[in-house]
Design a protein around this ligand. Structure first.
Ligand code: SAH
Length: 267
Protein backbone atom coordinates (compact mmCIF):
# COMPACT_ATOMS: atom_id res chain seq x y z
CA UNK A 1 0.00 0.00 0.00
CA UNK A 2 2.85 2.35 -0.75
CA UNK A 3 0.55 4.86 -2.50
CA UNK A 4 -0.51 5.88 0.98
CA UNK A 5 2.83 7.66 1.27
CA UNK A 6 1.54 10.11 -1.29
CA UNK A 7 -1.65 10.97 0.57
CA UNK A 8 -2.64 14.41 -0.64
CA UNK A 9 -3.38 16.93 2.04
CA UNK A 10 -5.09 19.20 -0.47
CA UNK A 11 -7.70 16.49 -1.08
CA UNK A 12 -8.22 15.80 2.61
CA UNK A 13 -6.90 12.29 2.33
CA UNK A 14 -7.04 10.53 5.70
CA UNK A 15 -7.85 6.91 5.05
CA UNK A 16 -9.84 4.85 7.52
CA UNK A 17 -7.80 1.88 8.66
CA UNK A 18 -9.78 0.71 11.70
CA UNK A 19 -11.95 -2.26 10.78
CA UNK A 20 -14.15 -1.90 13.85
CA UNK A 21 -15.15 1.64 12.85
CA UNK A 22 -15.69 0.59 9.24
CA UNK A 23 -18.01 -2.18 10.47
CA UNK A 24 -19.94 0.27 12.64
CA UNK A 25 -20.43 2.73 9.76
CA UNK A 26 -21.93 0.17 7.39
CA UNK A 27 -24.33 -1.02 10.10
CA UNK A 28 -25.99 2.39 10.49
CA UNK A 29 -28.25 1.71 7.51
CA UNK A 30 -29.47 -1.46 5.87
CA UNK A 31 -27.35 -1.56 2.73
CA UNK A 32 -28.49 -4.84 1.25
CA UNK A 33 -30.18 -4.33 -2.12
CA UNK A 34 -30.01 -0.54 -1.78
CA UNK A 35 -28.34 1.95 -4.08
CA UNK A 36 -25.35 3.53 -2.35
CA UNK A 37 -23.15 6.48 -3.23
CA UNK A 38 -19.79 6.76 -1.52
CA UNK A 39 -18.13 10.17 -1.41
CA UNK A 40 -14.34 9.96 -1.67
CA UNK A 41 -13.67 6.22 -1.79
CA UNK A 42 -9.92 6.70 -1.44
CA UNK A 43 -8.08 3.41 -1.32
CA UNK A 44 -11.34 1.49 -0.94
CA UNK A 45 -11.32 0.29 2.67
CA UNK A 46 -14.87 1.42 3.37
CA UNK A 47 -15.85 0.65 -0.23
CA UNK A 48 -14.87 -2.99 0.22
CA UNK A 49 -17.01 -3.34 3.33
CA UNK A 50 -19.99 -1.70 1.61
CA UNK A 51 -19.63 -4.21 -1.24
CA UNK A 52 -19.64 -7.09 1.27
CA UNK A 53 -23.08 -5.95 2.44
CA UNK A 54 -24.49 -6.67 -1.07
CA UNK A 55 -25.83 -3.33 -2.23
CA UNK A 56 -27.88 -3.27 -5.42
CA UNK A 57 -25.41 -0.77 -6.81
CA UNK A 58 -22.55 1.33 -5.47
CA UNK A 59 -21.43 4.57 -7.06
CA UNK A 60 -17.93 5.27 -5.77
CA UNK A 61 -16.98 8.90 -6.38
CA UNK A 62 -13.27 9.72 -6.16
CA UNK A 63 -11.69 12.94 -7.38
CA UNK A 64 -8.11 11.68 -7.33
CA UNK A 65 -7.32 10.09 -10.70
CA UNK A 66 -4.66 7.74 -9.33
CA UNK A 67 -6.89 6.48 -6.56
CA UNK A 68 -9.77 5.97 -8.98
CA UNK A 69 -7.49 3.77 -11.13
CA UNK A 70 -6.49 1.77 -8.07
CA UNK A 71 -10.18 1.35 -7.16
CA UNK A 72 -11.06 0.27 -10.70
CA UNK A 73 -8.43 -2.40 -10.51
CA UNK A 74 -9.37 -3.51 -7.02
CA UNK A 75 -13.05 -3.97 -7.88
CA UNK A 76 -12.73 -5.10 -11.48
CA UNK A 77 -14.53 -8.37 -10.78
CA UNK A 78 -17.68 -6.76 -9.43
CA UNK A 79 -20.57 -5.77 -11.67
CA UNK A 80 -22.60 -3.70 -9.23
CA UNK A 81 -19.99 -1.01 -8.59
CA UNK A 82 -19.32 2.03 -10.72
CA UNK A 83 -16.21 4.04 -9.99
CA UNK A 84 -16.52 7.63 -11.08
CA UNK A 85 -13.46 9.86 -11.26
CA UNK A 86 -15.07 13.24 -10.62
CA UNK A 87 -15.63 15.92 -8.03
CA UNK A 88 -18.62 15.14 -5.78
CA UNK A 89 -19.74 18.76 -6.15
CA UNK A 90 -20.13 18.20 -9.92
CA UNK A 91 -22.06 15.01 -9.32
CA UNK A 92 -24.50 16.79 -6.99
CA UNK A 93 -24.99 19.62 -9.50
CA UNK A 94 -25.72 17.14 -12.26
CA UNK A 95 -29.36 16.19 -11.78
CA UNK A 96 -29.29 12.72 -13.34
CA UNK A 97 -29.00 10.76 -10.15
CA UNK A 98 -30.96 7.64 -9.15
CA UNK A 99 -33.58 7.93 -6.41
CA UNK A 100 -33.60 6.68 -2.81
CA UNK A 101 -29.85 6.59 -2.51
CA UNK A 102 -27.97 6.13 0.74
CA UNK A 103 -24.92 8.41 0.69
CA UNK A 104 -21.93 7.33 2.76
CA UNK A 105 -18.68 9.20 3.13
CA UNK A 106 -15.61 9.74 5.20
CA UNK A 107 -15.50 13.29 3.88
CA UNK A 108 -12.45 15.29 2.86
CA UNK A 109 -12.53 17.69 5.81
CA UNK A 110 -11.46 20.82 3.95
CA UNK A 111 -14.74 20.79 2.01
CA UNK A 112 -17.04 18.81 4.33
CA UNK A 113 -19.40 21.68 5.14
CA UNK A 114 -19.46 22.73 1.48
CA UNK A 115 -20.48 19.22 0.43
CA UNK A 116 -23.18 19.21 3.11
CA UNK A 117 -24.46 22.61 1.98
CA UNK A 118 -24.72 21.38 -1.63
CA UNK A 119 -26.68 18.34 -0.45
CA UNK A 120 -29.01 20.39 1.74
CA UNK A 121 -29.75 23.08 -0.79
CA UNK A 122 -31.07 20.76 -3.48
CA UNK A 123 -34.26 22.41 -4.72
CA UNK A 124 -36.38 19.35 -5.37
CA UNK A 125 -37.50 18.13 -1.95
CA UNK A 126 -37.51 15.41 -0.74
CA UNK A 127 -34.22 15.01 -2.59
CA UNK A 128 -32.77 12.04 -4.49
CA UNK A 129 -31.09 10.64 -1.40
CA UNK A 130 -32.96 9.08 1.48
CA UNK A 131 -30.13 9.17 3.99
CA UNK A 132 -26.65 10.64 4.45
CA UNK A 133 -24.09 8.93 6.67
CA UNK A 134 -21.14 11.27 6.95
CA UNK A 135 -17.95 11.59 8.96
CA UNK A 136 -16.91 15.09 10.06
CA UNK A 137 -14.27 16.54 12.29
CA UNK A 138 -15.77 16.25 15.77
CA UNK A 139 -15.69 20.01 16.22
CA UNK A 140 -17.85 20.48 13.08
CA UNK A 141 -20.19 17.63 14.07
CA UNK A 142 -20.65 19.28 17.47
CA UNK A 143 -21.66 22.54 15.81
CA UNK A 144 -24.09 20.75 13.47
CA UNK A 145 -25.87 19.01 16.37
CA UNK A 146 -25.66 21.84 18.92
CA UNK A 147 -28.65 23.00 20.98
CA UNK A 148 -29.30 26.58 22.04
CA UNK A 149 -27.43 27.98 25.03
CA UNK A 150 -24.19 26.17 24.22
CA UNK A 151 -21.05 27.69 22.76
CA UNK A 152 -21.24 25.38 19.73
CA UNK A 153 -24.73 26.59 18.81
CA UNK A 154 -24.99 28.90 15.84
CA UNK A 155 -25.75 29.24 12.15
CA UNK A 156 -24.58 25.76 11.19
CA UNK A 157 -27.00 23.99 13.58
CA UNK A 158 -29.86 26.24 12.52
CA UNK A 159 -29.27 25.80 8.77
CA UNK A 160 -28.64 22.03 8.98
CA UNK A 161 -31.64 21.15 11.15
CA UNK A 162 -34.15 23.07 9.06
CA UNK A 163 -34.85 20.30 6.54
CA UNK A 164 -32.93 17.39 8.07
CA UNK A 165 -33.35 15.09 11.01
CA UNK A 166 -29.85 14.59 12.38
CA UNK A 167 -28.50 11.79 14.56
CA UNK A 168 -25.05 11.49 16.08
CA UNK A 169 -23.74 7.94 16.12
CA UNK A 170 -20.21 7.84 17.58
CA UNK A 171 -16.85 9.55 17.80
CA UNK A 172 -13.81 8.21 15.98
CA UNK A 173 -10.31 8.51 17.40
CA UNK A 174 -7.58 9.98 15.21
CA UNK A 175 -5.73 6.66 15.52
CA UNK A 176 -8.31 5.09 13.22
CA UNK A 177 -6.88 6.93 10.20
CA UNK A 178 -3.73 7.04 8.18
CA UNK A 179 -2.22 9.54 7.92
CA UNK A 180 -3.38 10.48 11.39
CA UNK A 181 -5.39 13.73 11.44
CA UNK A 182 -4.86 16.25 14.25
CA UNK A 183 -8.29 15.86 15.80
CA UNK A 184 -11.13 13.48 16.57
CA UNK A 185 -13.97 12.78 14.17
CA UNK A 186 -17.67 11.92 14.55
CA UNK A 187 -20.20 10.09 12.40
CA UNK A 188 -23.60 11.70 11.84
CA UNK A 189 -26.60 10.65 9.79
CA UNK A 190 -29.17 12.89 8.15
CA UNK A 191 -32.64 12.05 6.85
CA UNK A 192 -34.60 14.62 4.87
CA UNK A 193 -37.75 15.86 6.59
CA UNK A 194 -40.55 15.20 4.11
CA UNK A 195 -42.43 18.36 4.88
CA UNK A 196 -41.38 20.97 7.31
CA UNK A 197 -43.91 23.33 8.80
CA UNK A 198 -41.34 26.05 8.28
CA UNK A 199 -41.84 26.91 4.63
CA UNK A 200 -38.98 29.16 3.63
CA UNK A 201 -38.96 29.49 -0.15
CA UNK A 202 -35.46 30.82 -0.50
CA UNK A 203 -32.86 29.45 1.95
CA UNK A 204 -30.86 32.63 1.36
CA UNK A 205 -33.37 34.37 3.63
CA UNK A 206 -32.55 31.98 6.47
CA UNK A 207 -28.85 32.48 5.78
CA UNK A 208 -29.28 36.24 5.92
CA UNK A 209 -31.38 36.26 9.08
CA UNK A 210 -28.90 34.06 10.94
CA UNK A 211 -25.90 35.98 9.61
CA UNK A 212 -27.24 39.30 10.81
CA UNK A 213 -28.55 38.09 14.16
CA UNK A 214 -25.32 36.20 14.90
CA UNK A 215 -23.07 39.06 13.80
CA UNK A 216 -22.37 39.73 17.46
CA UNK A 217 -22.89 36.69 19.67
CA UNK A 218 -22.24 38.54 22.90
CA UNK A 219 -24.72 41.34 22.42
CA UNK A 220 -28.49 41.23 22.76
CA UNK A 221 -30.28 40.97 19.41
CA UNK A 222 -32.27 44.20 19.77
CA UNK A 223 -30.29 46.40 17.36
CA UNK A 224 -29.65 43.76 14.73
CA UNK A 225 -33.27 42.65 14.81
CA UNK A 226 -34.55 46.18 14.22
CA UNK A 227 -31.99 46.65 11.45
CA UNK A 228 -33.18 43.43 9.79
CA UNK A 229 -36.81 44.54 9.89
CA UNK A 230 -36.08 48.17 9.02
CA UNK A 231 -37.17 49.44 12.43
CA UNK A 232 -40.56 47.81 12.26
CA UNK A 233 -41.05 47.35 16.01
CA UNK A 234 -44.18 45.25 15.81
CA UNK A 235 -42.50 42.18 14.27
CA UNK A 236 -40.83 41.06 17.50
CA UNK A 237 -44.15 41.34 19.30
CA UNK A 238 -45.98 39.39 16.62
CA UNK A 239 -43.42 36.62 16.79
CA UNK A 240 -43.30 36.82 20.56
CA UNK A 241 -39.56 37.39 20.71
CA UNK A 242 -37.77 39.01 23.61
CA UNK A 243 -35.20 41.32 22.05
CA UNK A 244 -33.09 41.34 25.19
CA UNK A 245 -31.84 37.84 24.44
CA UNK A 246 -28.51 36.95 22.88
CA UNK A 247 -28.75 35.11 19.53
CA UNK A 248 -27.56 31.85 21.10
CA UNK A 249 -30.59 31.81 23.38
CA UNK A 250 -33.16 31.66 20.57
CA UNK A 251 -34.38 28.21 19.50
CA UNK A 252 -33.90 26.97 15.95
CA UNK A 253 -37.67 27.17 15.43
CA UNK A 254 -37.57 30.85 16.38
CA UNK A 255 -35.01 31.49 13.64
CA UNK A 256 -37.18 29.64 11.10
CA UNK A 257 -40.16 31.80 12.10
CA UNK A 258 -38.07 34.95 11.78
CA UNK A 259 -36.89 33.87 8.33
CA UNK A 260 -40.47 33.16 7.19
CA UNK A 261 -41.57 36.57 8.41
CA UNK A 262 -38.60 38.25 6.74
CA UNK A 263 -39.40 36.48 3.47
CA UNK A 264 -43.05 37.53 3.63
CA UNK A 265 -42.20 41.15 4.21
CA UNK A 266 -39.27 41.66 1.89
CA UNK A 267 -39.57 39.40 -1.15
N1 SAH B 1 -13.29 6.86 2.25
C1 SAH B 1 -11.85 6.64 2.27
C2 SAH B 1 -11.05 7.92 2.03
C3 SAH B 1 -11.40 9.11 2.87
S1 SAH B 1 -10.31 10.47 2.62
C4 SAH B 1 -11.48 5.98 3.57
O1 SAH B 1 -12.24 6.11 4.52
O2 SAH B 1 -10.43 5.37 3.66
C5 SAH B 1 -11.28 11.49 1.57
C6 SAH B 1 -11.27 11.04 0.13
O3 SAH B 1 -12.04 11.98 -0.63
C7 SAH B 1 -9.89 11.02 -0.52
O4 SAH B 1 -9.71 9.81 -1.20
C8 SAH B 1 -9.90 12.20 -1.51
O5 SAH B 1 -9.11 12.00 -2.65
C9 SAH B 1 -11.37 12.27 -1.87
N2 SAH B 1 -11.84 13.61 -2.29
C10 SAH B 1 -11.36 14.83 -1.91
N3 SAH B 1 -12.08 15.82 -2.46
C11 SAH B 1 -13.04 15.24 -3.21
C12 SAH B 1 -14.10 15.73 -4.04
N4 SAH B 1 -14.30 17.04 -4.18
N5 SAH B 1 -14.91 14.84 -4.67
C13 SAH B 1 -14.72 13.50 -4.51
N6 SAH B 1 -13.73 12.98 -3.75
C14 SAH B 1 -12.90 13.82 -3.11
Amino acid sequence: MNFIKYAKKSLGQNFLIDQNIINKIVKIADIKNKTIMEIGSGNGNLTKKIMEMNPKKLYAIEKDKNLSLILKNKFKNYKNIKIINDDILNIIKNKNIDKNIIVIGNLPYNISTQILAYLMLIKKWPPWYKMLILMFQKEVADRITAQENTKEYGRLAILCNWKMKITKHFDVSKNCFFPKPKIKSSVLSFTPKENTKFQIKNPKNLEKVTRILFSNRRKIINKNFLKLFENNVSVAEELNINLKQRPGELSKETFYNIAMKYENLFS
